[in-house]
Design a protein around this ligand. Sequence first.
Ligand code: IPD
Ligand code: CA
Ligand code: CA
Ligand code: CA
Length: 269
Amino acid sequence: MNKQERNAMFALAKGWILEAGESIRKRLYDPLTIDTKSDANDLVTSMDKDTEYYFINNIKHVYPNHLIMSEEGYGDDVRTFDGTVWIIDPIDGTMNFVHQQRNFAISIGVYHNGVGEIGLIYDVIGDNLYSAKKGEGAFKNEFGLSRLSHDKSIYESILGMNHFWLCNNRFVHEKKMQELVRTVRGVRTYGSAAIEFAFVAEGVIDGYMAMRLSPWDIAAGIIIVDEAGGLTTTAFGDPIELLRGTSVLTCNPSIHKPIIHDYTRQGRK
Ligand code: IPD
Ligand code: CA
Ligand code: CA
Ligand code: CA
């Protein structure tokens, strides 16, 4: 994709994401239809579906040949990364949206022949747009984010992770992860993978790890973190296969090796 095409697509996507966010803010306290999916805590609302539908309509109108992979099923059945693929999470952090009316984001990643071209994460209530275009750095609103330092020690790091790592689970021995939690300076759980990626890019947390995420949770975040000088792999240090569900570690590059070598790989089941 050339720079001109990328810029045109970015401008459109940015306009759509801001408009979708504005519409969510206006309707924040309107009655919602809330359904459950895989289990009683896996929520989806009419707002998730309406927002996804809004993006699909707009994208297909301008780019009928592009493919769209999105969480709530209005997109295409995408099985390859040939051509241009939009990967969309209309609301990342639906549980936060339903219970807190904050701490949720819209996430859009655009890939061309498998290469990340554009990432946008919009924290709707904070009105903060994190963005990146390939090769042009990462931004928070109009401000360029500084590249992540390469001298962060694990002892002074704040990690984003949820409690499942510390409970008995099928991936890694919880004792090892309890050791990690005691080693780092602090741990935070925000409940929106997209926001946690954005925070890694911004340097307000130094890493975020999750056991199982879907393409739409991470597609934009990978590009934004990469442009900020961060690194994203599976929780065990392998390359991410974006078309499948995957574990994730996204972080400042200087704490990647210690986390993988001293904790997740050692504790792997
Ligand atoms: C969820 C959030 C959450 C993560 C879950 C995701 P959703 O996305 O990103 O932080 O722990 O695994 O499924 O369902 O709210 O879009
Ligand atoms: Ca969901
Ligand atoms: Ca999500
Ligand atoms: Ca979602």
